[in-house]
Design a protein around this ligand. Sequence first.
Ligand code: NAP
Length: 311
Amino acid sequence: METDRDLIIIGGGAAGLTAAQYGARGNLSVLVIEQMAAGGQALLIDDLENYPGFPEPVKGFDISQKMEQQAVKFGAEITYASVASVKKEGNVFVVKTDRDELKALSVIIATGSQHRNLNVPGEKEFTGRGVSYCATCDGPFFKDKKILVVGGGDAACDEATYLSNLTDKIIMIHRRDRFRAQKALAERVLNNPHIEVRFNHELKEIMGSQKVEKVRLLNNRENNEYEEDTDAVFIFIGSIPQTAMIQDVKLDEAGYIVTDRKMETNIRGLFAAGDVRSTPFRQVVVAAGEGAVAAHSVSQYIDELRGEAYK
Ligand code: NAP
């Protein structure tokens, strides 16, 4: 079986880089294909305070760089390209990118997920001009300004807390009467004097001339619409798994890839790890753990394929 690599990993976030490190250290030839910059969603985390082994918060950027260095140290290669398709032909996976076509015995999908849009009038027009999906990236532009945060999950609570260090004028709206976020994160927001929480509120429109100036909100309990001045709108309403490059893989009802406990999908030799996988808890540590399991399973799969499995 002639292939370019034993293992191709699509996505260079915590799951992909950990899988690369484990795979390369286990003597597989490993290539990571990353679209943008290695690190994935973790890159955007300002203070990562729950990654084991780091009692003081670490920058997502710093830990991502270290994960990349560690994978490369053990022999993994990283290339930058956009993957168009993954197809299995016999026992070989053909991975087509915007640059070339590569063959591997096994593939791990670790493509993560991308932010979801609210799809309200003004959102697209004002993206980059007051509408943002990343507090660490854009928050500093709105120091001491008024900010509206939309969402009720972990991301919204985390990011609102980060923004509250930059301004004391934050309004956070959530469509229901309680947060979905973990209790610790929700309580941090509810007890934060810089954040005014308005439950049962929806964002209906974002308005302005050159940049965001105001929004139209709906109080869905009282069925009352009103306008509110704001300088920025930060939207954190969940994410969409990145699975477009692979056909015939089993997905759950939300579109995330279903695997068994070895991280193997319904397609033999195709594995998935991290935020793109159907999992109840999306964390950097979980993604890293899943990456390690996936690489270990790949190793066993390739041994079986080559008739070298130790039984
Ligand atoms: P999430 O947990 O899916 O929460 C999305 C939130 O957005 C929910 O509160 C949801 O409202 C709301 N929402 C969804 N669609 C909406 C719409 N069209 N209009 C208004 N609101 C809408 O997503 P997430 O917060 O991005 O987190 C994603 C994953 O990353 C989770 O597994 C989370 O645990 C993890 N994460 C963890 C941390 C951490 O531990 N520090 C930080 C960030 C993310 P409903 O509640 O009404 O459904």
